[in-house]
Design a protein around this ligand. Structure first.
Ligand SMILES: N[C@@H](CCOP(=O)(O)O)C(=O)O
Length: 409
């Protein structure tokens, strides 16, 4: 009975009135001025949804307006999917085809890939569902725990190699040239056929009105080409009359395409050794789809932009503060957008779509490091660490007065 009373509004009102009918803060040690606490009636006009949009395409209203002064900013969440990244779109197509080949009696003993964590997760899941052996080559200690556990749990053969992604990629290409293991990286066009559906879906979600800009994070560079392919197909079919300008966003520590773009498309492409980045899934120095990416960007009047570690982590954290929970690669794309917006290349009313490539839950460690102010040489401007408070009513009320109520008064 006592417990029930505590959940009665009148009980709390009486308690509150008895305590706040004073001009000094009656809890702990602070001082306060009394304020009327009247909750307005709620009517349906005041109910706002955090995001507005169709399925996985969200209008990032608050981020757009407050951070960028933009009115028409959208985020296409491709990581809200079975294994938590856009790789699902392409891998379901590829594994279905391998399944068919095996049913036709073709000698495919398994499917293999090199990965920075998302491709391997998607491959392992679909192969497990189809009963096909999956072999994944991963760079040791360079992918997140959440990504590592995905192929392990799905029963793939996980080969952890003492090299970077580019080293893994070279090895899987050599191995699949020798053995009847089907190569599942995005140089395989089946992957791109699946991935291009995200572009078609964006156009459909906008009722076939073409956005001005689409920003895609880029590492191995299959996805930027897949988006181009989807947009171009819709144009050729007469569904739209133009295609958007695309931006490929790279991490400054793994930026071979950016360097090539800056040097002028006609110079010779030079791979780089990718440095460590929080955007670990695009930590790639020698992308397999370089030629396709250049082709796509040239044909859509595209741009390549880069983001430093601080820029990408700040952009990600600021976006999270508006209700998203994005991956660091999407942070790269948002940081690129901030730069292009600040330089006036992208205008406030331009309809802009940022492609969010993976679920933020795969990258919690980087968020924890950021919010704990534990990243050397990074100001972590938007860190929001937990507030440690003694388990004491007065102490808790004091903290709330200082950190919550004072902002409201
Ligand atoms: N970021 C990728 C790297 C492999 O690229 P793919 O385009 O060949 O799938 C990953 O998640 O592994």
């Amino acid at each position: 009975m006592e417990a029930l009373k505590k959940f009665d509004g009148q009980y709390w009102k009486n308690l509150f009135d008895s305590r706040v009918g004073k001009t000094t803060w009656p809890y702990g040690s602070g001082v306060w001025s009394k304020k009327e606490w009247v909750l307005p009636e709620i009517d349906s006009d005041h109910i706002v949804s955090a995001f507005e949009g169709n399925s996985n395409l969200f209008w990032a209203e608050r981020y757009g307006k407050t951070v960028l002064g933009m009115n028409d900013l959208w985020v296409k969440h491709c990581g809200i999917s079975h294994t938590g990244s856009f790789k699902d779109l392409g891998m379901t197509v590829l594994v279905s085809q391998v399944n068919r080949l095996r049913k036709l009696g073709k000698p495919v003993v398994g499917v293999g890939c090199a990965s920075t964590g998302d491709t391997s997760a998607a491959l392992s899941a679909y192969c497990a569902a189809a009963g096909i052996p999956a072999i994944v080559f991963l760079p040791a200690n360079r992918i997140s725990m959440a990504q590592l556990v995905q192929p392990i749990a799905n029963g793939a053969k996980v080969i952890s190699l003492d090299t970077d992604f580019d080293g893994c990629m070279q090895l899987i290409r050599e191995v699949t040239a020798e053995l009847p293991i089907y190569l599942a990286n995005s140089l395989n066009s089946l992957r791109l056929e699946g991935q291009k559906t995200a572009a078609i879906e964006i156009l459909q979600q906008f009722d076939w009105e073409v956005p001005d800009w689409v920003i895609v994070p880029g590492g191995n560079l299959g996805n930027i080409y897949a988006f181009y392919k989807g947009f171009q197909m819709c144009k050729e079919l007469g569904l739209v009359d133009r295609i958007p300008r695309m931006v490929c966003a790279q991490a400054q520590n793994a930026n071979p395409l950016y360097l090539h773009y800056k040097a002028g498309w006609d110079t010779e492409f030079k791979p780089v050794t990718a440095g460590t980045t929080f955007a670990s899934a695009i930590q790639i120095g020698d992308p397999v789809s370089i030629d396709r990416a250049i082709f796509a960007l040239k044909n859509c009047d595209g741009i390549v932009e880069e983001a430093s570690e601080e820029e990408l982590m700040d952009a990600m954290s600021q976006a999270d503060l508006t209700g998203m929970f994005i991956c660091p690669h999407t942070g790269v794309a948002l940081a690129a957008l901030i730069k292009l917006r600040n330089s006036g290349v992208i205008q406030p009313n331009d309809r802009t779509v940022v492609v969010s490539t993976a679920h933020g839950l795969k990258f919690t460690q980087s968020k924890i490091d950021y919010h704990s102010n534990a990243i050397p040489d990074m100001a972590s401007r938007f860190a929001n660490p937990p507030i440690e408070v003694k388990a004491d009513f007065g102490a808790v009320m004091d903290v709330l007065q200082k950190r919550v109520l004072s902002e409201y008064q």
